[in-house]
Design a protein around this ligand. Structure first.
Ligand code: SAH
Length: 249
């Protein structure tokens, strides 16, 4: 992260970024820059779209609520998201907002909602989830917004994971044991998936289904029951520290 400009405001946009192009901002984005960030004509922001790297862009204000961006120069090359799938049971509103934001900050590459027997939420608001993912990506400096996988029941989600993908299963019923030792030496060449259950915990048949999978490590997150959003952060810290990008030079 050395040399990264933490002070620059960052904005995710959809259109292509190239020198000489001009990006008309929609009302929400214009309002965010002008009213929330209090930026104005001629000010500079960092922009990214998940494809063209990060650009320094200049704001042009054309009315009280309309603005455009002129990409000036590329400041970072495009990077890829981690091959880390976060499988989670949807929670209710504020907790889900929080969990999605934190998962993105922790380096998840794909958010995969999975309905379980004891899920508290039976639907998800994908737009809201995406807005939270975008906000977290803007804030934490990554150059792409994690995908949100199509919601499905847990068995279908697990069946769709590639056989060589390592699954780390956070099980509140697992005996407390050193989680670093449990993960050490596991191969993540085929990518990684982390599974965290709903507030109501996993049903026995869901636990059985997970345990039948060959390429799986079951871990305990200690002697206390964590709420699902806390478990997400704790487990992501563990996998990123032992197997993931916290170890990269
Ligand atoms: N209501 C359940 C707890 C569910 S906590 C009960 O009382 O048993 C929600 C999810 O967070 C769990 O399904 C699990 O994936 C994770 N989790 C919470 N605490 C954990 C722990 N100590 N060890 C492993 N996983 C945990």
């Amino acid at each position: 992260m050395a040399g990264y400009d933490f002070n620059g405001q960052r904005l995710h946009v959809e259109p292509a970024l190239a020198a000489g192009s001009m990006i008309e901002l929609d009302r929400t984005a214009a309002n965010y820059l002008l009213s929330v960030l209090r930026l104005g004509d001629g000010d500079e922001v960092l922009v990214f779209n998940g494809r063209d790297g990060e650009w320094l862009a200049q704001i042009g204000v054309s009315g009280r609520k309309s603005a455009s961006l002129k990409p000036l120069r590329r400041v970072r090359e495009q990077t890829r998201l981690n091959d880390l799938v976060y499988v989670f049971a949807p929670l209710k509103h504020a907790r889900l907002d929080y969990m999605v934001q934190k998962a993105v900050e922790m380096g998840v590459g794909r958010l995969q909602p999975a309905f379980t027997r004891r899920s508290v939420a039976s639907r998800i608001n994908r737009d809201r989830m995406r807005a939270n993912a975008i906000e977290a990506a803007e804030q934490c400096g990554i150059l792409a917004v994690p995908d949100i996988g199509p919601e499905a029941d847990l068995p279908a989600v697990i069946a769709k994971l590639e056989p060589d993908r390592l699954v780390v299963f956070c099980d509140e019923d697992a005996p407390v044991a050193d989680p670093i030792a449990a993960l050490a030496g596991a191969s993540v060449l085929g990518g990684l998936a982390l599974v965290v259950g709903p507030e109501g915990g996993f049903a026995p048949e869901e636990r059985d289904l997970l345990m039948r999978r060959a390429n799986l490590r079951r871990i305990s997150l200690g002697p206390r029951i964590l709420r699902a959003d806390t478990a997400a952060i704790a487990a992501l810290a563990l996998v990123q520290g032992v197997l993931g990008d916290w170890r990269d030079g």
